[in-house]
Design a protein around this ligand. Sequence first.
Ligand code: FCB
Length: 471
Amino acid sequence: MTDTSEQSTFDLQPKDFGEDFIWGVSTAAYQIEGAHQKHGKGKSIWDEFVTKKGTIFQDQHGQIACDFYNKYRDDILLMKSMNIDHFRFSLSWSRILPDGTGKVNQNGVAFYNDVINFCLKCGITPWVTLYHWDLPQKLEELGGWTNRQILDWFEDYVKICANNFGDRVKHWMVLNEPMVFTGAGYFLGVHAPGKKGLKNFIPAIHHAVLCQALGGKLLRKMVPDSTIGTTFSCSQITARSGSKKDLKAADKADALLNRLFIEPSLGLGYPDESIPVLRKIKKYERPEDAQNSIFEFDFIGIQNYTREVVRHSYTVPYLRAKIVKAPERNVQTTLMDWEVYPPSIYEMLKKFNGYKGVKKILITENGAAFEDLLEEGKIDDLERTSYLQNYLKQVYKASSEGVKVSGYFVWTFTDNFEWAEGYYPRFGLVHIDFETLKRTIKASGKWYRSFLGKKVSSKNIEAKKTDVPIG
Ligand code: FCB
């Protein structure tokens, strides 16, 4: 379903969002790098999880993925050719510390140094996420996020990253979507490490909250001239009806999906008035923890794709709330079965902007997977272009109403390994043929390129002239 009428009405330009607005693309190590055992890399929980039969669509894996490990120069050059000058990527903890802690793998450090240096050489600013879900397997064997020792392990890792890359990386994000890696990985068991139940989820939440703040504090101390953020998944929550029960269910879903990780960092504690079972966290809490959960981030990254409609349900323990899936609601969806609902990003910007203590917001992920057809060397992904344009219109609306939004990163640059869904949901601006690894810019990528091409102010034009492309 392509809404071409909407497409023709997109007349925004980058400058409408402000001169200093950041435009970029986002990626994550396990989804793109491949080279899963190369040059001393240790196993991560995703390397392990993908080997279990039936966990991933068609038992696919990220062992090669986009082969970014070998092709990063070409990809960064391609990015540059598309006028993209901010690149968000994550570091693989087990590439740097194969056992999670202890001995550093200098080859891993060298790889990220190469990527960072090449970005800078091309005039692309690196935005680095410390943790995008790929915990070293050795640490998982000791309990992973459920073990409080993760605070020490994480501290080691952050220090090594800050020490090695902090001289050049000036934009950091501590965690990627803690709600998703704790919820899917330690409660539902559908993501690595495949653990289930409250006994895993509750300590994992608390330790992630502590690491979120700890990472921020360490970075601030070690790289004082950098901007430090962390990212949150979020979705507008709509109650299915105005009934008291559905409204209550919606409030619980909102607490779980949108409030759980940001509020402790702002000193507001856990939203346990909405979800009483969160009081179980107390068992893992030390007196100093509430204070140690707080950190004044320079920015927060919000990642929005869809909205959720929620209803009351007796059968769901603790929450008594259930998502009414988009396909049951007969609405436009993406290949992930997520509803296409642009106003959600506006509502989320308003919501997070409303917190006292949030200084700045960047959209660190937004994008969509659609059925892309490669025909005669071309991918005419009009649905993706119109998705991006319609979400951007909502970002613009929020911005013009005074919301402090200062950046937007498309998820994602190239098609990649979409976790439990494997390779079929293609989110890229650039198509990858996973047999040959050939890259082809999609129509949406060409649109983003020409949109960003309008960014150049006179100052940038001068800089561009002197920018020699690097081969
Ligand atoms: C987000 C993840 C990202 C990607 C997109 C589609 O939840 O952060 O890695 O999988 O969803």
